[in-house]
Each structure stands twice: as structure tokens, then as C-alpha cells.
Design a protein around this ligand. Structure first.
Ligand SMILES: *Cc1c(COP(=O)(O)O)cnc(C)c1O
Length: 414
């Protein structure tokens, strides 16, 4: 490297670390005994795992492991090529049929990841002259898709249908076509989008609606279909994006919708066309996961109970869980340094949870996010809540800072 690159690199890294924003990798290992599935090992410490998106505990499920092992022996470990070349091995159509049936949709299309599904879908459908209306707190993969598409981009205040209506009224006439994008359960806040109202607006203005159910898949809906099913509005949602990497315990992303839309995606979605197919063992695990998710009624019920108990304990002790209404429960801190201190103190007490800082969330809204999974017991969750409350009190985090507004609609970009 020449000296100007070196100076730049040094400056950037110093700035990150001084702002309490530097990230680094830590190795997190599962414990070998399946009875310890709720725990993990991090830097030599045994921690109760409250950072995982493996909401139903399927990532280590025997049914998935056996399906993956068999597929590895039968078809091999590699994806070989893009699906459009020779990567579309025989398990793909089975998985896509299962996903379409799961969602009562016409068809499904599997992508290498949920990130790729969002970027690929949005860039395939809109471009210059089109308008995308997107919730301000939408995931980075949605934001990246919109930016790459070069469509006009307006963000509506988080969960604010009145603001969405105002933007539709003011702007939709000037655009060729309008796409509305929202998550159903928001990944950093654990709250739910007002989907019924958004559906009514989308219909009034003839917009297309894309709903990203990454954190609701497997968890909400009678058979884990997601929030749109729980609310009965799935028929009105044009594109449902899901991930196989969270509650499904595997890897990959998918889109369900009508055949013509998916036919276009297959021709235009660059992350699908120019990236190697998800390899057979993971496709096999995903296929097994669809049935496992559908049957996981007890786990879903248990998870709801855990979430309700956990949230109400934290709130009763003066902690701010914002607008959380799901298994994702943030505790608001605000300041980056205090958030890191909170997460480290929790680790010393045996609790693993992630400090979420900008740019993942808007400035001054740093928080520690707890994700609950069905692997946890009520006792473990009660114990965790007690530790969290004590640590927060010790660090003085139950005062003014944590009473900052739960909704932070106008905060900065991600
Ligand atoms: C995790 C996530 C994704 C990305 O899914 P991956 O399969 O992990 O790439 C997309 N959207 C949202 C809302 C997410 O939380």
C-alpha cells in the first residue's frame, strides 16, 4: 500500500474505534450436548444464547441434519454453478413447491440468501422513473436493492401509514409504477408493521407490495407462514420475501408470488443469475425445515409465552423495550459506549446478547437486542431477565436515557 492509502486506513479505523463503532469477529461455538442447545461458548465462557435467529431451534434438528447429510452423499457439497447453468439440482423444485404450498401462493423462487432475494427482486422490478416507498427502518438488503435499482426512493416514517398515504398522494402520480416495501416484523425493534392498513393503501393507489417476513417466518401464523397469514392479508401481498436462514435453521432466501412475477425475476434478478446455487445439503435441510416449521406448533406457542414473560419483566423494572411485540426484544440505551458496556457486563454474567449500534440502527438509538428462541426454558428466561435488570440498574441505564422514545421514526438512515 502506498502512504496515502495507509494514512486513510489508519484514520478510518481510529475513527471507528474512537466512536465505539468498531466491530470484530468473535467465535461462537455450540455446545456438543443437544441438551445444552440454549447455550453457546464464546471466548471460553458459557453463555445463554440470546443472540440467535434460530427461533425454533431447527438449525441443529436431527431431521435437517439427516436430510443434509444424505444430500451431501447423493449430490455432493457444492452448488456447482448458478441455478440457470447447472446448479438447479433435483431438490430445488421440491423445495419451491413446498414453499409455495406453505404460503398458499402460486410459486416460489429460492435465492442464495435473503439479502440476495431482496436486492435481486427490487432491482428486477423497478428502475429510473419508478417510485419506491420504504419504511425508514427497513433492513439493509432492502435499502441496497432500492439504491442499486436507481428508482426514486422515499422513506415513510416507521410504521406510519398516514405518512405513507401522504407520500402516495403527493408522489404516485409522477411515477410510472409504485412499489411499497416493508418488513412485517422489524429486525432491530421487534415490532410489527400495520400491514392491513398498508394493504388498503396499496390497493387504493395500484402499487405493488413487497413484505419481508425474515423474522416472522416460522414464528407467526398458524403454521409459521408469517404475519401476513396471521392477519389474513397474504392474498393481497404481491411479493412475500422469506429467509431459510433464521427460523428455518438452514440457509437461503426466497420469494413467493405469482408465476409471471417470478418468471421475470428469474430473468432479471442478478444475485440469482450471477451467484452459485445454494448447495444440495442446504436445499435438503430447507426442504425438511418446511415440514418441521409447519409442525412446530408447540415451539411457537412456547416462544410466545417466553417473549411475553421476558418483555413484561423488563418493562416492569423500568427498562425500555420500545415497541417490541415479538420474540425480538431490544433494551434501549442510546449511547454507543454504554451499550457496549451493557453487553459486556451481561457476558460476564453468562448472557450472550448483541450490542446494536449505528449504522445498523439510527444514531443515538443504540440498544442491546435479545432474541428469544424456543430452545429456552421459562426458568432460563426468568433468570436472564433478572440478570439484565440488575446489570442495567448497576450501570444506571434505567434513568433518562432509556426512556427515550420507543418509536424513532425520523432518525437517520441505515
Ligand atoms: C436477515 C434478514 C435478511 C437477510 O436474510 P439472509 O438470509 O440472512 O441473507 C433480509 N431481511 C431482513 C429483514 C432480515 O432480518
Amino acid at each position: 500500500m502506498n502512504s496515502s492509502w495507509e494514512a486513510w486506513l489508519q484514520e478510518e479505523l481510529t475513527r471507528l474505534s474512537a466512536a465505539g463503532l468498531e466491530r470484530s469477529l468473535t467465535t461462537v461455538a455450540p455446545l456438543p450436548d443437544p441438551a445444552d442447545a440454549a447455550w453457546c461458548m464464546l471466548g471460553g465462557a458459557r453463555l445463554l444464547n440470546l443472540f440467535s435467529n434460530d427461533y425454533l431451534g431447527l438449525s441443529r434438528d436431527r431431521r435437517l441434519a439427516e436430510a443434509a447429510a444424505n444430500a451431501a452423499h447423493t449430490y455432493g457439497c457444492g452448488g456447482s454453478a448458478s441455478r440457470l447453468v447447472c446448479g438447479n439440482h433435483p431438490l430445488y423444485p421440491a423445495l419451491e413447491e413446498a414453499l409455495a404450498a406453505h404460503h398458499q401462493a402460486e410459486a416460489a423462487l429460492v435465492f442464495p440468501s435473503g439479502y440476495a432475494a431482496n436486492v435481486g427482486t427490487i432491482t428486477a422490478l423497478v428502475g429510473r422513473g419508478d417510485l419506491v416507498l420504504s419504511d425508514r427502518l427497513n433492513h439493509a438488503s432492502i435499502i441496497d436493492g432500492i439504491r442499486l435499482s436507481q428508482a426514486e426512493h422515499r422513506r415513510f416514517r416507521h410504521g406510519d401509514v398516514d405518512h405513507l398515504a401522504t407520500l402516495l398522494r403527493a408522489e404516485s402520480g409522477r411515477s410510472r409504477r409504485v412499489l411499497i416495501v416493508t418488513e412485517s416484523v422489524f429486525s432491530m425493534d421487534g415490532d410489527q408493521a400495520p400491514l392491513l392498513e398498508i394493504v388498503a393503501l396499496k390497493e387504493r393507489y395500484g402499487a405493488l407490495l413487497l413484505v419481508d417476513e425474515a423474522h416472522a417466518g416460522g414464528v407467526l401464523g398458524a403454521a409459521g407462514e408469517g404475519l401476513t397469514h396471521a392477519l389474513g392479508c397474504h392474498g393481497a401481498v404481491d411479493l412475500h420475501i422469506g429467509t431459510l436462514s433464521k427460523a428455518f435453521g438452514s440457509v437461503g432466501g426466497y420469494v413467493v408470488g405469482n408465476r409471471q412475477l417470478l418468471r421475470l425475476l428469474l430473468n432479471r434478478a442478478r444475485p440469482l443469475i450471477f451467484s452459485t446455487a445454494v448447495p444440495p445439503p442446504s436445499v435438503a435441510a430447507s426442504l425438511a425445515a418446511v415440514s418441521a416449521v409447519r409442525a412446530a406448533h408447540l415451539q411457537r406457542h412456547h416462544l410466545q409465552q417466553l417473549a411475553t414473560l421476558f418483555r413484561s419483566r423488563l418493562k416492569a423494572s423500568g427498562l425500555n423495550t420500545g415497541t417490541s411485540a415479538t420474540q425480538i426484544v431490544p433494551v434501549w440505551v442510546g449511547d454507543n459506549g454504554n451499550t457496549l458496556a451493557f453487553a459486556s457486563a451481561l457476558r460476564r454474567r453468562g448472557i450472550g446478547a448483541v450490542a446494536i449500534r449505528p449504522p445498523t440502527v439510527p444514531p443515538q438509538t443504540a440498544r442491546v437486542r435479545f432474541s428469544l428462541t424456543a430452545l429456552l426454558t421459562l426458568e432460563q428466561v426468568q433468570w436472564a431477565a433478572d440478570q439484565i435488570i440488575q446489570v442495567a440498574h448497576d450501570l444506571g441505564l434505567t434513568g433518562a436515557q432509556s426512556t427515550a422514545k420507543g418509536r424513532h421514526g425520523d432518525a437517520g438512515k441505515r
